[in-house]
Design a protein around this ligand. Structure first.
Ligand SMILES: [Zn+2]
Length: 263
């Protein structure tokens, strides 16, 4: 029995499908795309402060999600685009921002490259919002029209805001309980609860009330009094599982409808 188990473990490790584009050679790629694999997941993020989580939380989250979802979706994973348009937290230590004038054509070329390589379904798992989302939506729809491919851009934290309320019983925030929990589920060594205090958080202003640049906190709560990180590992794991399941369900549903529509 033990021997069988060892054999099985060995077999799965040897024959496990390689899904990361930078880890596959051109011959294996040619044999799989597009004949066996038509879908690619492209994670996009940025570097910006996230309370007591890592500056690359917006990279960590979509990369982990892609790795979890790729087998279920029979998808390849494109290398992450780690730099993005950061916005109101770009002044913080270790943060980066890329001007839109550079980000836009670069991202368009990346998505065009995935189309040129034979992928029909190009799924952008975006880890960072604001103007970056608008740019990604625009270039993805341009490439869809020009290259006859299908594109889907997902902002997981907004799409799964109902899961945030279900798991935590309240709304979240930028580097709030939800996002911090997601990172904690991926790699708890990236979250430093011992450095945390509620004073690190500020609720985002209601529209037309005030606007500060840089934003005065690296934790921005969507609702006053809700979303302070609480570092509960069980809730973090539950949140990760439910968010990823919901995102995977959306991708499957959209691809099925594309297929049915014959687009
Ligand atoms: Zn973030």
């Amino acid at each position: 029995m033990k021997r069988l188990l060892v054999t099985l473990l060995f077999a799965t490790s040897v024959f496990a499908q390689e899904r990361e584009m930078e880890r596959i050679n051109w011959m294996d790629f040619r044999d799989q795309v597009p004949s066996k694999i038509r879908t690619v997941l492209l994670p996009t993020g940025t570097l910006e402060p996230h309370g007591v989580a890592n500056n690359g939380a917006d990279i960590t989250a979509p990369v982990a999600m892609a790795k979890t979802l790729a087998p279920r979706l029979n998808a390849m994973i494109a290398p992450v685009v780690p730099y993005g348009i950061t916005g109101s937290m770009e002044a913080y230590p270790g943060a980066f921002t890329i001007p839109e004038a550079a980000y836009r054509p670069y991202m368009k070329a990346v998505i065009e490259g995935l189309a040129k390589n034979g992928f029909k379904n190009i799924i952008i798992l975006n880890g960072h919002g604001g103007p970056q989302t608008a740019v990604l939506n625009a270039v993805a729809s341009e490439v869809s029209a020009e290259k006859h491919v299908r594109t889907l851009v997902i902002n997981w934290w907004s799409f799964a805001s109902d899961v945030t309320k279900e798991v935590f019983g309240e709304d979240g925030g930028h580097a709030g309980w939800n996002e911090t929990a997601f990172v904690q589920a991926v790699d708890k060594s990236l979250v430093h609860a011992e450095k945390y205090s509620d004073k690190l958080a500020t609720a985002y202003p209601a529209p037309n009330t005030w606007s500060a640049s840089p934003f005065p906190s690296s934790i921005g709560l969507y609702q006053p009094g809700q979303g302070y990180p609480k570092f509960d590992q069980k809730k973090a794991d539950e949140y990760y599982t439910k968010v990823v399941a919901k995102v995977g369900g959306l991708i499957e549903d959209v691809i099925r409808k594309w297929d049915e529509a014959g687009v």
